[in-house]
Design a protein around this ligand. Sequence first.
Ligand code: PHE
Length: 383
Amino acid sequence: PRSTVAEAESRFITGHPDCNVTPYIANLVGRDLHKKSAHPLGIIKDRIEAYFAGLETSYDVFDGEDPVVTTTQCFDDLNIPPEHPGRSKSDTYYLTDTELLRTHTSAHQSQHLRQGHEAFLCTGDVYRRDEIDASHFPAFHQMEGVKLFSEEEMNGQTDFSDKEAWLASPECDIVAKDLKATLEGLIKYVFDDPDLQTRWRDDYFPFTEPSFELDVFYQDEWLEVLGCGVIHADVLDRCGLASRRGWAFGLGLERLAMVLFAIPDIRLFWTDDERFHKQFKAGQVSTFKPYSKYPPVFKDIAFWCPESYVENDFNELARSIGGELIERVENIDTFTNPKTGKTSNCYRITYRSMDRSLTDVEINALQDSLRDEAASALSVELR
Ligand code: PHE
């Protein structure tokens, strides 16, 4: 059952000076969309799990970890340095200085490895403060996959203390090749197309080395679908697994579900509208037929910014006032007055409901509170 507003708020809105979780965000936690077998996110998750269940290695499956994790789990265990932008309060929702809403499912890698799981999948909701448009929502879902290799598969090697030697070794190549073959197989299975065109690109993550990204060519476009790599030696060392090697990947479920089901707006995943839910059946990938799109209402807001201004604070404010009624927040004009040194930003807010027509009265009220709150909470000077 969904927790009550008051319960959610008291758990996530802690009163700690570093807490930046809003009631709107608190009430997204616990919806468990990925566990609903007839929801597009659940359908994709089940499909990916079915692919792994058909492989020789047996994968333990997790999907119920608490999204509240520590900075150790989410960052330190994964080699993410203190100054990394992903750790900043402008990008991440903190409950306290050491507890946060996980920004990726990689936050659970180390705990499962320490518990002795050698191959596993781990799915959950993740949270990031970000821009607002049809493909960005502050909460989304990821699936993590990890596999360790046996001593035999590593040709008897257990001493990996020379890092350069490891990276140049044929065994490192064995891990990377297995990773790539497993994921190409996965994507072809999920798209149900053995001829699907894919390409690999080198990437960087602090917790894998080497790191890669997989793109697929779908409907005339290259689409980025996942990040992955050979697990970094430091991550395994911290789990007491210095003598082992393996791979990891992390994949966004919304991205895949939006293309496979032709879902045009990421907010639809969160709707309660029957016209959405009745279109999907467990175990079936089908094309979404959009019900009538209601007309958008555009409103602009312009203001002079204080030194301390960060754009995601404004995005957050818009989200906490307009919720899912805000489709997009677009910075349409920014300039700095050469005399005063002050910067002005103008944002165009697109209001649109997925489920109904909005009235002028209701939009004007939202826009008025956005203006008032921006002035008081962000100390901007309205123009
Ligand atoms: N956690 C990474 C992300 O969110 C994805 C990833 C997972 C990359 C595992 C490598 C290994 O972008």
